[in-house]
Design a protein around this ligand. Sequence first.
Ligand SMILES: [Zn+2]
Ligand SMILES: [Zn+2]
Length: 400
Amino acid sequence: MSSKPHGLIPQTLKEQPAHFQDRNKILQKVYDQLKNCRLKANNARLVRMSIQLEATVAKGSKSAQGYRFNMSVLLRDIIKHKGDFRKIKVLGQPLLAPKKGTAPDASTYTTSKPEVLAKLVGILVDPALLKKHGYILTRELDPTLPDHTIYTHCARCNTKFRKDEILKDTVCMYHPQKKIYNRETKTHVYSCCGESTASTSFLRLGCEKAKHHVFKSESYNDLHEISEFLNTNVIDGEVNVLALDCEMAYTSKGFEMVRLTIVDFFTSKTLFDEIIDPFGEILDLNTQFSGIHEEDMKKAITYQDVMDRILTPSFINKNSILMGHGLENDLNVMRIIHDRIIDTAILYSTGRYKSSLKNLTFETLSEKIQTGEHDSSQDAIATMNVIKKKIGVSVHQTEW
Ligand SMILES: [Zn+2]
Ligand SMILES: [Zn+2]
């Protein structure tokens, strides 16, 4: 058996016909056989092809026995036809339509960059729709809203309070998790502590207690008071495709960015991942959701450092395609105005409510994310892979 090449791991599937270890072993065999065929393909392509072939069979097999049988047929076919994809059958179906006079070519498995770019441009969200979903597209005050509101409601306990008194000690009792409906008892209960909304105990008010209330600003009028927005239309540069995700925390100045991850769509490489110092004093790191702990803040860089590094002609510029899930939240805390957007929460939600990234990732990729604290790196990659899957690009292709 040859050594295990980088990235040769079976695809995660919702229902696996065989144990992961068995699939892993068989996948290695597929790779070894393809390598023996001396195809005109580099190693990365061989890895991709092996993963794709194994996954196709795994998805089409109902039992461990069936899977092993189907894989043995496939392996036999690969050897018999020396890797000629016009002759190899997967689950009885030919892989490719036979063409006369063409040599087996692994490139049939990949998509070209211009082709993918065209597809991505095709799913850019219309600016009018972006606006409807809370994206800020112009530095214009909304005359229907007051400029800089004095009062706000606590994002945790809903108490009305003065924003300029946010650092004064008070008591904020709240439930960190949402309430869910219990069919058996026909009541709503908080998933954090199990307390019923009909409870007469004072615990109904909250199972967590904090010294301050917290708030989130959503309108331009409020957001620009803390820090002005920058429009990417002043930066001309190369067309690139970037997946973004921020982690946020509650501070004395609202809901602020404390971590930013940017991943390149074509190479799947993480181009930026930093912890960021917010403008206000931190009141709640929101660790359960942000994954940020107090000690992480020691390595924080400033907002200005972030902007200096990411707003450049070769990074985020007016031609960039930015993708994310509910990206308006990220762009608003980043204070960036940009209109070439692919938003999975807008594009792939069904029904009245936006799908969570967790559900969308599971439905599309059969992968579980956000099982514990959130991680902006994991979320950015998941969003990107959902889009790849939806437009028919292999999540394993990193060379173009
Ligand atoms: Zn609770
Ligand atoms: Zn509160």
